[in-house]
Design a protein around this ligand. Structure first.
Ligand code: MG
Length: 504
């Protein structure tokens, strides 16, 4: 970005150091998740802690803060990009400017301990082992929320750390509508003849070698426009995408030999995140406008490719011959209709990451409700296992027998990320609204049947990716779709698609 003002140039130079340290930190974290020998975990924790302290110091640097404050107070003369940069710095810096350093260190330390304990507690199915650590995290997050400040609900302060300006009252309205609709759709699906007849394990007797799964994933990623000379796809237990620097946006995948679908959908999901990052203007590199604008918008890009494209009838029609060529013995007996069915089976389950499009957001809403109640002290950590079961029963009609399949399943609370979950549902809602708009401008079905994904990427680049963090989520969605976030598009999408599949 161009800065005319000398003070602004100085501010950008200082921010560049923060950005560089963050890049280095992400290289360490990528390596931790992909390559690290098990005996090196303490060494890596020490390196990461040192870098985190260095980043905190940069944020708290007096000159940096004074420059920022001075420019923030005299914004009238700034350009649109400069104003957006100041807004982003205010948002990202808030954590450092308002929360005492000791509290930041304490939170980081608690989270890394909690993460270790959680892994064992989950294996042992012992919530009581994890409980004191989660209590400490919740306690610290309440203190942090007080320091950050909020208007109505302390949980607002935490939500805003992951999605700028997100509040409980906004989520209550949106999620409330979504929840009722989803429970109704799910009920109808479960009563349908098709659901009751469905053969639950059509493909599971077959073996799909990892090498072929990887080749198909790479084939689709190339079609999508992912630049493999500016990225790579490795293996990790929990797939993720990260930007290690300009020209270096990496993703990971995982392969299950009895399931050919998962690694393909993961590649499309992570590919969606990666394309967003690869598409941001180079000019924004190492400035406060770099990278995708928020977790919710980021997730809209991953869910768009995974669900709106990857699970669509037209794309799967295009892909069926490819799948047949790779897996003749395993899949030749399945036509495009059956393949479409395999990718779109509704099956209420206990595990969020394995959930289908209809039930996924119920998993999120459950977590949102529990987090809100925890942070505003309506419930205690000790109440979680029971409340989890009650809500699962109420929303999905199933109940976990163990905490391992219930309250202990996700890493988020253990790693101190309370407030993160709602961004997943926002992503699904944004994705449906964006697709609705895209379909008005492109003949999506025709493009997908021909496997012409490049045109779709161009549309996303023009309308979303290039802007990086210039527009905030609410501005961006309005700019792209001429409307605020509206859950109607997602509900309509589900009703049309699953109404057709289950004939309801
Ligand atoms: Mg994601």
């Amino acid at each position: 970005m161009q800065a005319s003002n000398p003070k602004f140039k100085k501010l950008l130079a200082k921010y560049k150091e923060i950005s560089l340290l963050a890049e280095i930190n992400r290289i360490l974290s990528w390596d931790l998740n992909v390559n690290l020998p098990s005996k090196a975990s303490m060494t890596r924790a020490g390196q990461a802690a040192y870098l985190a302290a260095a980043v905190t110091e940069k944020w708290l640097d007096k000159d940096f803060y004074n420059l920022f404050e001075n420019l923030r107070e005299n914004q009238d003369k700034l350009s649109q990009e400069e104003k957006a940069a100041i807004r982003n710095l205010e948002w990202a810096g808030k954590f450092y400017f308002r929360v005492p350093k000791e509290m930041i260190v304490e939170k980081a330390k608690t989270a890394s301990e909690a993460f270790m304990v959680w892994q064992q507690a989950r294996n042992k199915d012992s919530f009581s082992d994890f409980r004191p650590y989660l209590e400490k995290i919740v306690g610290l997050d309440r203190l942090i929320a007080e320091r950050l400040g909020y208007k109505q609900n302390p949980y607002d302060a935490l939500l805003d750390l992951f999605e700028p300006q997100l509040t409980v009252s906004f989520c209550n309205v949106i999620f409330g509508q979504v929840k009722n609709e989803l429970v109704t759709i799910l009920k109808k699906i479960k009563e349908s003849k098709k659901y009751r007849q469905e053969n639950k394990r059509l493909e599971s007797e077959s073996i799909f070698p990892q090498q072929e799964q990887r080749q198909i994933a790479l084939y689709v990623l190339r079609k999508m426009g992912y630049d493999l000379e500016a990225g790579r796809m490795d293996i990790s237990t929990h797939p993720f995408t990260d930007t290690l620097g300009f020209g270096d946006v990496r993703m990971t995948n995982r392969y299950k030999e009895n399931d050919f679908k998962e690694s393909l959908l993961i590649a499309m999901h992570e590919g969606g995140h990666a394309l967003y990052e690869q598409g941001v203007k180079q000019d924004y590199q190492r400035t406060p406008l770099e990278g995708g604008v928020s977790l919710g918008i980021h997730e809209s890009q991953s869910r768009f490719w995974e669900n709106q494209i990857g699970r669509s009838k037209e794309f799967l029609r295009f892909l069926t011959p490819v799948l047949h060529a790779f897996y003749p013995e395993q899949l030749l007996r399945f036509g495009e209709e059956e393949i479409f069915g395999l990718f779109n089976r509704v099956n209420p389950g206990l595990i969020r990451t394995e959930a289908d499009e209809v039930t996924y957001n119920l998993h999120i809403i459950l977590r949102f409700e529990l987090e809100e109640a925890l942070i505003s002290e309506k419930i205690k950590v000790a109440d979680l296992p029971l409340l989890w079961r009650e809500k699962m029963k109420k929303y999905l009609g199933i109940e976990p027998k163990t905490d391992r399949e219930g309250v202990l399943q996700d890493v988020h609370w253990a790693s101190g990320s309370i407030g993160y979950f709602p961004t997943y549902t926002l992503g699904n809602l944004y994705a449906a609204q964006i697709t609705h708009k895209l379909k008005k401008e492109l003949n999506l079905g025709r493009l997908l049947e021909r496997g012409e994904l490049g045109t779709i990427l161009s549309w996303l680049r023009t309308n979303i990716h290039q802007y990086g963090s210039l527009y905030w989520p609410d501005e961006l969605i309005k700019k792209v779709t001429s409307e605020e976030l509206n859950p109607k598009y997602f509900i309509d999408y589900l009703n049309v698609k699953y109404g057709g599949i289950y004939r309801i």
